[in-house]
Design a protein around this ligand. Sequence first.
Ligand code: SF4
Length: 76
Amino acid sequence: MVIITLQRNKCIGCNYCVELAPSQFQMSKKDGKSVLLHSEEKKGFFTLKSRDDTIFDSCDEAKKACPVKIIEVKQR
Ligand code: SF4
């Protein structure tokens, strides 16, 4: 299982995560911040739990590229 977390309110809209992991991240046309697709929100943190382990590498690249370090990716 791959667990991805996004602290969305701190997103600066640089688009790196969308370029690196387009199946999980999309830019919002409303506020210009990244959206973690199919995630659940709790106190400003958006979390996606996926059984698809193949998404780990691209999401980890997005985590490393994020300039404000608001993406967390864990594998269990
Ligand atoms: S890489 Fe980080 S700052 Fe850039 S759009 Fe994605 S979440 Fe936002």
